[in-house]
Design a protein around this ligand. Structure first.
Ligand code: GLC
Length: 573
């Protein structure tokens, strides 16, 4: 035993048994990883065209290394006409022109590996681009060998049963194509036709693509929208209005687990890779089934259940804690979770989960980063959140770039919807808020590009930027570095159990992480006012590991009064 248990614990109101031994989780690099999600379009532009690129990333490898992260997940960098910023792939083995060349990618992979940073790539195979050669062939004739790579409905049978499209301007997922007098299916945009996973040839093509990248040496795959890959191709009619809650009809349909098992045996099992799907089905059971090691499918779940809790009018912290704690219990013995509060499909975490008001932005960004980096589950940190980047809140539709947002605006315009309210809602939720250029310094365009950026830079770049934060020992950036170091220094933060404390506290999220007698307490005030937390702990001695206020909190462990957005991490001895 590494540490002698020298504390007395009198736990009141604790939801689980903290005396429980550490979970019998086998140790792996991807459980210990700290993943940095990098949106290449917005990270760093090396050639002045206003679009981030691989050479840009290459020039910042030391920055990434100094963050203390151990893996980078790249959003798609493959050849694409960019209807959906690379989530419409026209060549899975090519690199998007704006981003550079395969030689650039090879240098990037090498440079990251030299720094002991792993590389995770997006795999977008629920759909391809309509400009992919497979689709060109498929649409050319009903007898094309590629016809069954996609889903077609012959028009002589009349209109196909309604399918909701998430991105289409009319929300109709069937698009008529006159070349063969048939409709093709697209759950996302018209330029993102869904691939037919029932076709073994298509599946083999995908496995070959995966092997191509795994053989290059990448370390993981993030399976985009893969929960939607299995479809009932008898195309039954769905109940009227199902689109209001379409997930049970779209996600985790029959066949999906078979595809994953096959993918595992054909590819994943042959490489030491992280495999994580976007979303985790419709229930805790679904999430668990995806990653239960005995089932040989994926190895990490990425559920959205807690991500949508924040609303513009605020949210219930008890509910958030409940959802996350339930997930933790379900994954206590087997299976593994990703832990995150933001990604490229969300607005900025500080603007949604805490406060980006000038007096709180820095404090509350630090508080949320504390959460991600001290929870059980592999942390996924979204680029810019280490600086405390926040929502840009464009007022004009002309500033938005996101295709589904522009389509929805058009639809509302066509149908006489409330455009003013729509724009208001975008300020809180639109994913463009999370895609503004990385803020490197206080020079033109925040040092992101020498040209005109593809999307505007947040005006707060003059103070919120890497250069300024690097030289400020109290900055969010340096606090973030302290936390990544902490996570590496204390395996308790990776493998230790998680116990929620004071579970019905509406303001404070507090929990204990424990491993082999070592105990780490984390307490986070999620509000802009002082808040009390009843921890019910009697502690002999404690050491402060991190905190976002310079002046340490009064250390009383039965009861604490926390300052606005305060975060504290203590080792209890
Ligand atoms: C996933 C991606 C999102 C994309 C969509 C369609 O949800 O994360 O960015 O628009 O799939 O590929």
């Amino acid at each position: 035993m590494k540490y002698l248990p020298i504390i007395l614990l009198a736990l009141i109101g604790i939801s689980c048994n903290t005396k429980e031994k550490a979970t019998p989780q086998e140790k792996t690099w991807w459980k210990e990883a700290i993943v940095y999600q990098l949106y290449p379009r917005s990270f760093k532009d090396s050639d002045g065209d206003g679009v981030g690129d691989l050479k840009g990333v290459l020039s910042e490898l030391d920055y990434i290394q100094r963050l203390g992260v151990t893996a980078v997940w790249f959003n798609p960098i493959f050849t694409s006409p960019n209807d959906d910023n690379g989530y419409d792939v026209s060549d899975y083995r090519g690199i998007m022109k704006e981003f550079g060349t395969m030689a650039d990618f090879d240098s990037l992979l090498k440079g990251l590996h030299q720094r002991k940073i792993r590389v995770v790539m997006d795999l977008v195979v629920n759909h391809s681009s309509d400009e992919h050669e497979w689709f060109r062939q498929s649409r050319s004739s009903r007898t094309s060998p590629y016809r069954n790579y996609y889903h077609w409905w012959p028009a002589e049978k009349g209109k196909p049963p309604y399918r909701y499209s998430l991105f289409d301007v009319n929300h109709d997922a069937w698009m008529y194509d006159s070349a063969t007098n048939a409709y093709y299916l697209h759950f996302f945009s018209r330029k993102q036709p869904d691939l037919n996973w029932e076709n073994p040839k298509l599946r083999d093509e995908v496995y070959d693509i995966m092997k191509f990248w795994a053989d290059k040496g990448i370390d993981g795959f993030r399976l985009d929208a893969f929960g939607f890959a299995a479809k009932d191709t008898l195309w039954p009619a769905f109940p009227k209005g199902y689109e209001k809650n379409f997930m049970p009809y779209y996600s985790m349909q029959k066949g999906l687990h078979d595809y994953l098992r096959e993918m595992n045996s054909e590819v994943l099992s042959k490489y030491d890779v992280l495999s994580v799907a976007e979303g985790a089905g419709n229930s805790l059971q679904d999430a668990h089934d995806l990653v239960d090691a005995d089932r040989h499918e994926l190895n990490m779940a990425y559920p959205f259940d807690w991500i949508d809790v924040p609303k513009p009018e605020g949210y219930d912290l008890v509910k958030l804690k409940g959802i996350i704690s339930n997930f933790d219990s379900a994954f206590r013995q087997k299976g593994w979770l990703a832990m995150f509060l933001a990604n490229h499909d969300q607005a900025r975490m500080v603007s949604r989960f805490a406060s980006d008001a000038p007096e709180f932005r820095d404090l509350s960004s630090k508080m949320l980063n504390t959460f991600i980096l001290t929870m059980r589950g592999t942390p996924f940190v979204y680029y810019g959140d280490e600086l405390g980047m926040s929502n840009i809140r464009f007022d004009r539709i002309e500033d938005y770039r996101d295709m589904p947002t522009l389509n929805e605006y058009q639809r509302l315009k066509n149908t006489g919807g409330d455009l003013r309210q729509f724009i208001e809602n975008l300020k809180f939720g639109c994913r463009d808020n999370g895609r503004t250029p990385m803020q490197w310094n206080d020079r033109t365009q925040a040092g992101f590009t020498s040209g005109t950026p593809w999307i505007k830079v947040h005006p707060n770049y003059t103070s919120v930027n890497v250069a300024a934060e690097a030289v400020d020992s109290t900055s969010c950036l340096n606090y973030f570095r302290t936390l990544t170091k902490l996570r590496k220094d204390y395996p308790t933060l990776v493998y230790g159990t998680y116990t929620l404390l004071d579970k019905n506290n509406p303001d404070v999220y507090a929990y204990l992480r424990e491993l082999d007698g070592e105990k780490i307490l984390v307490a986070l005030n999620f509000t802009d006012h002082k808040a009390d937390v009843k921890l019910g702990l009697t502690v002999a001695k404690a050491g402060r590991l991190a905190g976002n206020y310079a002046q340490p909190i009064d250390q009383k462990f039965d009861y604490m009064r926390m300052r606005p957005y305060e975060a504290v991490v203590w080792k209890l001895e």
